[in-house]
Design a binder for this molecule. Structure first.
Ligand SMILES: Nc1nc2c(ncn2[C@@H]2O[C@H](COP(=O)(O)OP(=O)(O)OP(=O)(O)O)[C@@H](O)[C@H]2O)c(=O)[nH]1
Length: 214
C-alpha cells in the first residue's frame, strides 16, 4: 500500500483551539504541527488551519486537523461555524493574564451552545499556556482545577515557547476522543517535545562549555 493510500485511511479528528487574543493559540498549534515558535505576535484574522499525523498506542495513526480560531472572533458570526462538529476543544488561556482566564466562561458557553445539536459531543481541555512564565503567573493553579471540576473539563498546562507538554496535550486529546489509554511511560515521553529537548540540549552545551573554561 502506498503512503498516500495509507494516509487516506487515517482517522481525522477536528480539534478546535479557542481563547482570548494573544493567549498563545497559534503558537501552540505551530509548536505542535511545525515544531517552531515565534516571539513576535501576529494576530490571527478569522482562522488558521494545521494538519499533523500522530501515532497512538497500538500503532494507531490519526491525523489531527487543528483549527486555530482568532481571539477576535468571539461574538462574531463565523465562530459557531468554525466550532461546529469538533471532536476536541482546547480552551486556552495565558496563566499570566487573568482576564484571559475569566473570558473562558464565554468561550466555553459558545462552544457548548454550538455543539448542542451536533451528534458529536467534543472532549474539552482547559489549557493553561505560558508556564515558562511561572514567576509572573496571575491565575492560581487551584482556580484552574476548580474550573475543570465544575465544568467537567480535562486539564493541561503547557508552554508553546519551550514546547513543554505541547505534544502531550494534543496526544491526550486524541487518545481521549478515541478512548485509548496512555500509560505513564508514553505520557513522560510526550511531555518533552522536540522544542524542550532542543532547549535542554542548548543548556547542556552551555554548561559543558562553561565548565571547560573554568
Ligand atoms: N513566554 C511565552 N510567550 C508565548 C507563549 N505562547 C505564545 N507566546 C507569545 O504570546 C504572543 C501571542 O501568541 P499567539 O500565538 O499569536 O496568540 P493567539 O492566541 O494565537 O492570538 P490571536 O491570533 O490574537 O488569537 C506572541 O508574542 C507569542 O510569542 C509561551 O508559551 N510562552
Amino acid at each position: 500500500m502506498s503512503d498516500s493510500e495509507e494516509d487516506s485511511q487515517d482517522k481525522q479528528l477536528k480539534i478546535v483551539v479557542v481563547g482570548d487574543g494573544a493567549c498563545g493559540k497559534t503558537s501552540l498549534a505551530t509548536r505542535f504541527a511545525q515544531e517552531s515558535f515565534g516571539k513576535q505576535y501576529k494576530q490571527t484574522i478569522g482562522l488558521d488551519f494545521f494538519l499533523k499525523r500522530i501515532s497512538l498506542p497500538g500503532n494507531q495513526n490519526v491525523t489531527l486537523q487543528v483549527w486555530d480560531i482568532g481571539g477576535q472572533t468571539l461574538g462574531g458570526k463565523m465562530l459557531d461555524k468554525y466550532a461546529y462538529g469538533a471532536h476536541g476543544v482546547l480552551l486556552v488561556y495565558d496563566i499570566t493574564n487573568y482576564q484571559s482566564f475569566e473570558n473562558l466562561e464565554d468561550w466555553f458557553s459558545m462552544v457548548k451552545k454550538t455543539n448542542e445539536e451536533s451528534d458529536i459531543q467534543p472532549i474539552m481541555f482547559l489549557v493553561g499556556n505560558k508556564i515558562d512564565l511561572e514567576h509572573i503567573r496571575t491565575v492560581k493553579a487551584d482556580k484552574h482545577q476548580r474550573f475543570c471540576q465544575e465544568n467537567g473539563l480535562l486539564s493541561q498546562f503547557v508552554s508553546a515557547k519551550t514546547g513543554d507538554s505541547v505534544y502531550l496535550c494534543f496526544q491526550r486529546v486524541a487518545a481521549e476522543i478515541l478512548g485509548i489509554k496512555l500509560n505513564k511511560a508514553e505520557i513522560e515521553q510526550s511531555q518533552v517535545s522536540q522544542g524542550s529537548m532542543q532547549f535542554s540540549l542548548k543548556r547542556y552545551l552551555f554548561v559543558a562549555y562553561w565548565l571547560q573554561m573554568a
